[in-house]
Design a protein around this ligand. Structure first.
Ligand code: PGA
Length: 268
């Protein structure tokens, strides 16, 4: 039985005091569901305060990214050990926004600007490997753009992102990983992927892992769905065979909404 994991990706939202306030508001919802892993991923600037805020609760702390080097001349980057030092337990890796694939088109992001968000399968793979070594659980995001879906390429895009992310990672380390299927066209757009289709693609992720590592690892890996998850669609998504949780953006910023999504997780 895979444990449900509901994670809030706060993206570039919340000051320190707002982060602490939101975590305090979430505590009853997390306490009510000891069978669910509840994760918040604030911006780096709020992690230290968030660490103190989650103390004594079951809420787990996640980061929105991580760099693969342990230290060095890498201006602006954050090493895995800097995160574990702050009590961070998980790290989102390969989010479509860090890959430069935005669900909501940014009118002033031309090709030059998009190069700033240059995540590739190779950098995702390095980050996952470094995160695992440091004891962080990666939440590896994969998903197709609208153009890729319309071209019938959804399954091949998702499978190749999974294969790229897992390159040269041994089976023993893969079982503990979390994947998030996040169709780019559903992120921040209000356009949710229909639950049966989300479940199908989460199944593609699981079978890709199975083809690489065998059925036991495939059964152990947890796969979240992400992309416009809201209180009113959460139960339908979370009740599906291959969907083990949700990676929530916009609805994670409001305590009542995130609490409702946690509460919508299937029991037992
Ligand atoms: P959304 O974002 O819930 O606002 O669509 C999800 C994500 O990007 O992880």
């Amino acid at each position: 039985m895979r444990r449900t994991i509901i994670a809030g990706n706060w993206k570039m939202h919340k000051t320190v005091s707002e982060a602490v306030f939101l975590i305090d508001e979430l505590k009853p919802a997390a306490a009510a569901r000891p069978d669910v892993d509840v994760v918040v991923c604030p911006p780096y600037t709020a992690l230290d305060a968030a660490r103190r805020a989650v103390e004594g609760s079951a809420i787990l702390l996640g980061a929105q990214d991580v760099f693969w080097k342990a230290s060095g001349a890498y201006t602006s980057q954050i090493a895995p050990a800097m995160l574990t030092d702050l009590g961070v337990r998980l790290a989102i890796v390969g989010h479509s926004e860090t890959r430069g694939r935005f669900g909501v088109p940014e009118p002033d992001f031309d090709a030059d600007v998009l190069r700033h968000f240059g995540e590739t399968d190779a950098t995702v793979n390095r980050k996952i490997r470094a995160a695992i070594v440091a004891g962080l659980t990666p939440i590896c995001c994969v998903g197709e753009t609208l153009a890729e879906r319309q071209a019938g390429a959804t399954d091949s895009v998702v499978a190749s992102q999974v294969e790229g992310a897992l390159k040269e990672i041994p089976a023993a380390q893969v079982a503990g990983l979390v994947f998030a299927y996040e169709p780019v066209w559903a992120i921040g757009t209000g356009e949710v992927c229909e639950a049966a289709e989300a479940n199908r693609v989460c199944g593609v992720i699981r079978s890709t892992v199975g083809a690489m590592y065998g059925p036991d690892v495939a059964e152990a890996v947890r796969v979240q769905y992400g992309g416009s998850v809201k209180p009113d669609n959460a139960a339908d998504l979370l009740g599906r065979e291959h969907i083990d949780g949700a990676l929530v953006g916009g609805a994670a910023l409001k305590a009542a909404d995130f609490a409702a999504i946690i509460a919508a997780s299937p029991t037992g």
